[in-house]
Ligand binder design. Structure first.
Ligand SMILES: [Zn+2]
Length: 108
C-alpha cells in the first residue's frame, strides 16, 4: 500500500506511515445511498394482506429509511398508513359483526 499523505510505499496494514508519520486509518465506510429498503417494500405489500405484519415491517422500514439515504421512506409511510386503516376497518367490522350477531341471537 501507499501512504495517503506522501505517497511512499509502506507495509500493508501499517497504521502510521514510517516516513511522514501520518495516520493511515481508513475512515468509516460511506453508507450506501442506493440500497433498497426491502422492509419498506415488504411492509407495503403485507399491509394489504396481513395488516399487523405490514405495520411491523413498515415501522422498521421507516426507521431504516434515513440510514439508506431516505430510500423507501414514502413506501414505508404508505404501508404504515394502509396497515393502520386496515386494522381500524377490521376492528370496526368485528364490532359490527358482534353487534349484529348479538341482536340476531337476542331475537331468537
Ligand atoms: Zn507518508
Amino acid at each position: 500500500m501507499f501512504c495517503k499523505n506522501c505517497g511512499k510505499q509502506i507495509p500493508d496494514g501499517a497504521h502510521v506511515c514510517p516516513y511522514c508519520g501520518v495516520s493511515q486509518e481508513i475512515s468509516a465506510p460511506v453508507k450506501k445511498k442506493d440500497d433498497t429498503n426491502v422492509l419498506a417494500i415488504v411492509g407495503f405489500i403485507l399491509s394489504f394482506f396481513v395488516a399487523i405484519a405490514g405495520l411491523v415491517c413498515s415501522v422498521i422500514g421507516l426507521k431504516k429509511a434515513p440510514e439508506l439515504g431516505g430510500n423507501g421512506h414514502g413506501l414505508a409511510l404508505a404501508g404504515l398508513i394502509i396497515s393502520i386503516v386496515s386494522i381500524a376497518f377490521s376492528f370496526i367490522a368485528v364490532i359490527i359483526y358482534i353487534a349484529l350477531l348479538g341482536s340476531f341471537l337476542a331475537a331468537l
